[in-house]
Design a protein around this ligand. Structure first.
Ligand SMILES: [Ca+2]
Ligand SMILES: [Ca+2]
Ligand SMILES: [Ca+2]
Length: 144
């Protein structure tokens, strides 16, 4: 006997990584004779979730002349995938203006944003810094 199973929808590892089906076959005899078979489906994880920041915007007010090395803020993102596909690395975006790129560094793992130079109210007031989170999986997702 030949049996073909077709997917009628998308499998989602995050919702259900394991499925079990029981199939039965019966003949047309009298009495009916039947048997059952169980099919187990294991779903593996695809990198289908982007890292998502806890906040869309982080806002800090700082006193000028703070020393370099001062931790300005900590950003956090989450990624629903497992393994490398959910492991997040942070970076200061290359799309930032030079002033922002020269002013802060970010710890790729903790998300700590650290001053690289002393703050100057006259040149750094109202500065915006764009931070990226990306996962480490294949076909990584980058989110600004
Ligand atoms: Ca999914
Ligand atoms: Ca996934
Ligand atoms: Ca991911």
């Amino acid at each position: 006997m030949h049996l073909e199973l077709k997917l009628t929808g998308k499998l989602d590892y995050e919702r259900n990584s394991f499925k079990r089906l029981t199939l039965s076959a019966r003949d047309g005899g009298s009495p009916v004779r039947s048997s059952h078979v169980s099919v187990r489906i294991r779903v593996t994880d695809d990198n289908d979730n982007d890292p998502i920041f806890e906040q869309l915007e982080y806002s800090v007010t700082l006193l000028e002349n703070l020393p370099s090395g001062h931790v300005v803020s900590r950003v956090q993102a989450h990624d629903a995938d497992s393994g490398a596909a959910g492991r997040i690395r942070y970076a200061i975006s290359r799309r930032n203006k030079a002033t922002a790129q020269n002013l802060v560094n970010i710890n790729a793992i903790t998300g700590d944003v650290v001053l690289k130079q002393k703050l100057d109210r006259e040149s750094h007031n109202g500065l915006r810094v764009l931070i990226e989170a990306r996962d480490s999986g294949p076909n990584y997702q980058r989110v600004g």
